[in-house]
Write a protein that binds this ligand. Structure first.
Ligand code: PHE
Length: 473
């Protein structure tokens, strides 16, 4: 391996790569639907507060640990804690979590690519059939689509940080912004679109129950790519001159702006197609929304713009989601790859090939857990329900360990690395940060209520997921 650590070539490259990680399927579909069902403007307001008051300080913690240690998450936890075995365990969690989340994210990205392919091939009418999705996820063509997705991720990552990750982000992110804006403008000029906007924005505070609040925070946390070692890893590719606080604010702002804008595309589209819609009927899951509900809405466009026009809009939408998913997948897979390179001194190509192979096997097993293979479909049984391998990966890594990792990084930064070192590190490269109100806020919040909130979420998730009750009653 060459001596110097790879680096992002420019500040905007780092910001776009981090934003590329943050902007994903969660922003484009999960967020708009969550907001619409759970109080509209009231949800939006609460979400924005969570992003800036709770998630932003955690983001700063992750980026600064990476930049300071110049290592992958496992190496960073070890180095800063002087090889403490306890903290090494946190480091292991910070590389195992992204690896496993990458498995389920990969499966969904493969489906998106498949739908993109079908829409471009003129099969929108087939996609709009409610039975299609169930057949599609168990069809052999999944493996061909998987080969393409793996190939794209491999091509980007083998280029390294500057020529791979940064270049891809600089290309895909602006393209994503343009497509999103194009679709928003198109949708907003449809008949009855304003009813959707109204529904999305008018606040209904009565909907904000404890579980909605919990869900909004979890959504914000996931959306900003926290708890997955990604920002530690990306932070290790910037130098002391980089302004971490400003970059983090821009990443959080971009992510939130994209999520908000996506709502201006999804909800008006739904309302314009079906003015009588009762939002409680909207699909609970992003998966149901993307793969069953939306194709129907796209097909309905054929009355006004013809089948070709409708197929074009659908293709654009799936391309948009595909771009968002690819930059997230790249970022999450870079974490274990960087860890293997750093810890074992192997080449990037070797790390990619070996981890990639394990990942493909796990992704195939997950893809077979939707009925194809009995053992994988009923992989476990807890809290009164059968769980497929795919469900178990989501429950354990995404729902449970993610907030735990967030909790650990807060405690680590404040009590092990020490807040004075953390603050001094953030001041490097950021002129206005020292002594600012923001600095005080980040410091105090990470010492007090942020770890407390993450602890409550973690305990509650364990109670709900595995024991079937909520501490919120
Ligand atoms: N932030 C992504 C989203 O909103 C989530 C994610 C990031 C998933 C990185 C995987 C890797 O969809």
């Amino acid at each position: 391996m060459s001596g110097a650590r790879e680096q992002f070539g420019s500040r905007i490259g780092f910001i776009l790569a981090a934003a590329g990680s943050a902007v994903g399927i969660g922003n484009l579909v999960g967020f708009p639907v969550g907001a619409a069902k759970n109080g509209g403007g009231a949800f939006l307001l609460m979400y924005a507060i969570f992003v800036f008051a709770i998630c932003l300080p955690v983001m700063l913690a992750e980026m600064s640990v990476g930049r300071h240690a110049k290592k992958d998450p496992l190496g960073a936890y070890s180095a800063i804690s002087n090889e403490s075995p306890k903290w090494k365990l946190a480091g292991w969690l910070a590389i195992a979590t992204p690896f496993m989340i990458a498995v389920f994210y990969m499966v969904i990205t493969v489906w998106i690519f498949g739908y993109l392919f079908e829409a471009v091939s003129g099969n929108l009418d087939k996609l709009a059939n409610p039975d299609t999705f169930g057949i599609f996820i168990n069809s052999p063509s999944i493996f061909a689509y998987m080969a393409v997705v793996v190939g794209v991720v491999y091509l980007i990552l083998q280029g390294g940080v500057k020529e791979g990750i940064e270049k891809a982000a600089k290309l895909l992110m602006p393209a994503l912004f343009v497509m999103l804006l194009g679709l928003v403008i198109f949708v907003l000029t449809r008949e009855n679109a304003m009813a959707g906007v109204e529904f999305y924005i008018v606040p209904d505070f009565s909907k904000l129950t404890a579980s909605v609040v919990n869900g909004a925070l979890a959504q914000a946390f996931f959306s900003l790519s926290l708890g997955m070692g990604i920002l530690i890893t990306y932070g290790s590719y910037i130098d002391k001159r980089a302004d971490v606080p400003t970059s983090a604010k821009l990443v959080a702002l971009t992510d939130t702006a994209v999520a908000f804008t996506a709502g201006l595309m999804i909800l008006p589209a739904i309302f314009s197609f079906n003015p009588e819609i009762n939002p409680d009927e909207l699909s609970e899951s992003s998966v149901g929304m993307i793969f069953t509900y939306l194709p129907n809405i796209f097909l309905a466009l054929q009355d006004s713009i013809g089948y070709l026009g409708a197929s074009f809009v659908a293709s654009l939408f799936f391309l948009l989601v595909f771009f968002a998913a690819i930059t997230s997948l790249v970022s999450i897979f870079e974490v274990p790859v960087a860890a293997l390179m750093d810890e074992k001194g192997v080449s990037r190509k070797w790390a990619l090939a070996s981890l990639g192979s394990i990942m493909i096997v796990l992704a195939i097993l997950s893809a077979l857990s939707f009925g194809k293979v009995e053992f994988l479909t009923q992989f476990m049984h807890y809290a009164g329900v059968d769980k497929s391998l795919f469900d178990v990966i989501i429950d354990v890594f995404y729902e449970t360990i993610l907030p735990l990792n967030g909790l650990l990084i807060c405690i680590f930064v404040i009590y092990r690395w020490k807040s004075a070192n953390f603050n001094a590190s953030l001041e490097e490269g950021s002129d206005g940060y020292k002594g600012s109100l923001f600095e005080k806020y980040v410091d105090v919040s990470l010492k007090t209520f942020i770890p407390l909130i993450l602890l409550v979420i973690f305990v509650n998730t364990v109670a709900v997921k595995y024991f079937g009750f909520s501490v919120f009653g």
